[in-house]
Design a protein around this ligand. Structure first.
Ligand SMILES: NC(=O)c1ccc[n+]([C@@H]2O[C@H](COP(=O)([O-])OP(=O)(O)OC[C@H]3O[C@@H](n4cnc5c(N)ncnc54)[C@H](OP(=O)(O)O)[C@@H]3O)[C@@H](O)[C@H]2O)c1
Length: 220
């Protein structure tokens, strides 16, 4: 069976990805900042590794643990909303978490993905990162970080196009998680079911796409 690696899998969408892929019989490698506290994740049967995605030493340790194991689908899911209003330190943390960390993860684990059958990399982005779609303002840190994530991963998709990799930036919908809040439009099961279909249908020719959980192409 294929192998998926998911970051930030102790709650929210990451946990739902782990649940669904595990239920389908995939080998699930999941990361959490505190694996011992990640009881729901442990219950999925996933192989859990400790990872604070902003910590290069943690990434070193993950790479050592993985060695040259193939990863069919890499899901850079861990992310944060950041401050609502201007805050220099909070903005910098959001940029590190939402842009630099997932991009570093992709670069570091590229050879593991290349060694697999499916060769896919997915970044959890957001329509809030769409500049064309921004008609309501606010959320400086989150919007700019997801826009920059799209720019960085679009570049990776072009740089790695000849390797047969398929990269996609995906919008999960507005989802009832800690981040999305209870008033969000859809539940995590619906979102992840849709995203897994989108991922299953992703081909190298579509690399660099920005897609929602129903497979619709989104404006940058
Ligand atoms: N929910 C939505 O409506 C929505 C919409 C668009 C995009 N997204 C994106 O989808 C992804 C998942 O969102 P969610 O709703 O599931 O969020 P969530 O419920 O807030 O969960 C976020 C997850 O990311 C982890 N995380 C955050 N910063 C981390 C770091 N520096 N190192 C390691 N793990 C870290 C958290 O770990 P801890 O538990 O340790 O904090 C948690 O597991 C995010 O990238 C988000 O931006 C969500």
């Amino acid at each position: 069976m294929p192998t998926v690696l998911i970051t930030g899998a102790n709650r929210g969408l990451g946990l739902e990805f782990a649940r669904q892929y595990a239920a389908d019989g995939w080998t699930v490698i999941a990361t959490a900042r505190d694996p011992e506290a990640a009881t729901a994740l442990q219950a999925t049967g996933a192989e859990v590794h400790a990872l604070e995605t902003n910590d290069p030493a943690g990434l070193d340790a993950l790479q050592v643990a993985l060695g040259d194991r193939p990863i069919d689908v890499l899901i850079a899911n861990a992310g944060m909303l950041g401050p609502q209003a201007f805050d220099r330190a909070g903005w910098a943390e959001a940029l590190s978490t939402n842009v630099i960390a997932p991009t570093e993860l992709a670069i570091r684990l590229k050879d593991n993905v290349l060694a697999s059958q499916q060769r896919k990399m997915i970044a959890l982005s957001s329509t809030l990162g769409s500049i064309a779609g921004n008609d309501s303002g606010g959320l400086l840190a989150y919007r700019s970080s997801k826009a920059a994530l799209n720019a960085a991963w679009r570049s990776l998709s072009i740089d790695w196009k000849d390797m047969g990799l398929a990269l996609a930036m995906v919008h999960p919908g507005w989802v009832k998680t800690d981040m999305g809040g209870p008033g969000a439009q859809i539940d995590a099961t619906t979102s992840v079911t849709g995203l897994r279909n989108v991922i299953a249908g992703l081909t190298p020719s579509a690399t660099g796409s920005f897609l929602d959980y129903q497979g619709n192409r989104l404006d940058w």
